[in-house]
Design a protein around this ligand. Sequence first.
Ligand code: ADP
Ligand code: MG
Length: 678
Amino acid sequence: MKSLTDPVSNLKGVGPKRVADLATLGIDTIADLLTYYPTRYDDFTPTNLAEAKDKQKITLRGTVVSEPLLTRYGYRRNRLSFRMQVGRDVVLVTFFNQPYVQKSLTLNGQVAVMGKWDATRRQVTANKLLKNTPDQQNEFGAVYPVNKHIRQSVLRSFIRQAYEEYHKIIPTLLPETLRERYRLLDRRTMIKEIHFPKDQSTAKAARRTAAYEEFFLFQLRLQAIRRANRQQDGERILYHNDELKEFIKTLPFELTTAQKRVVNEICRDMRQPYQMNRLLQGDVGSGKTVVAAIAVYATITAGFQAALMAPTEILAAQHAEKLSRVFEDTHVHVGLLTGSLTAKQHRELVTAIKRGDINLVVGTHALIQDDVEYANLGLVITDEQHRFGVNQRQLLREKGDHPDVLAMTATPIPRTLAITNYGEMDVSVIDQLPAGRKPIQTQWLKSNQHAEAIHFLRDQLASGAQAYVVSPLIEESAALDVQNATDLYNQLSADLQPEYRVGLLHGRMSGDEKDETMRQFKDGEIQVLVATTVIEVGVDNPNATVMVIYDADRFGLAQLHQLRGRVGRGDRQSYCLLIADPKTDDGKARMKTMVATNDGFKVAEEDLRLRGAGDVLGSKQSGMPEFKVGDPVADLKMLQIARADAGSLLATPHWDEIDENQPLVLYLQRHELETHFD
Ligand code: ADP
Ligand code: MG
């Protein structure tokens, strides 16, 4: 029996060599081959000469009626001309500097050429000879991404063969109702017309179906994960409401409306018997830490432990310190678990965690390692500096006894990313900054305006402000990175001392050295902190109100915005100076965006637009899905619709009883989502 999972070696002409060649394109099975979609189409449809306009790009098909003549005139310059009969017309065709074309021409032979039409002289300046049009009938041809192992025409012929032999068993995955609603093709037709369309509009219709299908199936998987999580038992965190209210009252400020809303969303979720899986997003300084602290407190009043996982030791230490302060007068005992503990300290801490003496554990990945056992873990908070992918997060959720999970991110996530990478989560957004914050003023200076920057810096320091100075980023070399920071440190020391003290912070310093420098900066013993990007996720000092970034164009928008977020945390006016001479349009656009807006969501949308979905979504590292046809940025609307459709399909009461052999059910089972059907 034929199956779409048959190996490609079932096809004629595909031996071991071809199997290996196809594997380099990621094609192993018939299904892989059939869903190896073209990236574009070449249009070889002949132009009607009577309608051709002067200078138009045209395609002509006809007969060679004069002996091709090659004329050389000068070094590597030559001209190849012949007459070609096209219908009743005879036109002159000329190729410049492509003498090798002559080999493919014979008197009375059939050819097709592409080129520019000269209407007055009735001649074509050709740039392309079409020897192998895709096939005789079809003048509109798919173009596939190929490599040196395999040619277009070979790949195309395999796809055609696969289609011919297997098309009868291609199942349609999309439910009938959806296909009708959006006038989509059935899958067999879609596959056929995406590979062998007769014209642009046929291809377009097929691609539309393919894109929707791709989005829909992807969203269905995410929603299925979400549903499964909800069906799974989780800890029911029955927190002590009055105690929690008392705690909130002790905070030195009133929560913003957005914070209150988000706290309610989280608390409501935690009381439920399922495992919470929630993303908390908010711009830098929007007050996520306080919200996290409230969730932690609630968890602890219910008799559970909480853990907070940060991506770096610096950040973990800082969270621990901040939270210890917030919980000073409470019964919350905070432990900091990092790699820099001595063996003895580590042992003691692990024992205290196991006994439940420590009820909030802050740390790096060490937190979820095997030797750490919790007495009663109810809540895990992750601080997602680098975004985890869907699968990684799923792993984390399986640790322990199904604790609730709250993922915090300071990177505002454009809608597209939220839907694709966090689609399986519930989302809470803090879309408001605490009252009284003055927007940071950002300015872009060229490097020849450096003196101005120093002048400004001095003025600010004189009025009691502190400043960060970020040295240029050298991604390729950590050593150069340090060198740069050191040079800048020396230069600024010369410029500003003895009135002001300058400090240095970089990744090669020991943990103790870093801690000491940061303490000095916080306590005001140092006024200017020169640093590599380690401060991106580091220090929190409300008195620091100036951020200077050298060679700012070397940083991405998201990173620039993060850096800028280090200032603007107190009541004083803050400033950000970008020093850059961008050489690319992209670099210029980034500087302009930073100057134009403080809004993290706008920055993130612009980032996505500039870098393109491919870069932001496509990288395997980021855990983002790759789509073959659909473009989640350009087709956001469709993505949103597909998401809603997937959600409502899963919510239909009879979904669980659906025919086991239904293609869609089988599809989900292949992706190990069978838990939903028992
Ligand atoms: P984030 O973690 O989102 O970057 P933080 O929680 O560190 O933000 O908050 C930034 C600063 O704002 C902290 O100094 C915090 O104490 C303060 N803050 C938080 N919420 C409020 C509020 N509602 N009103 C005033 N200040 C607040
Ligand atoms: Mg719960």
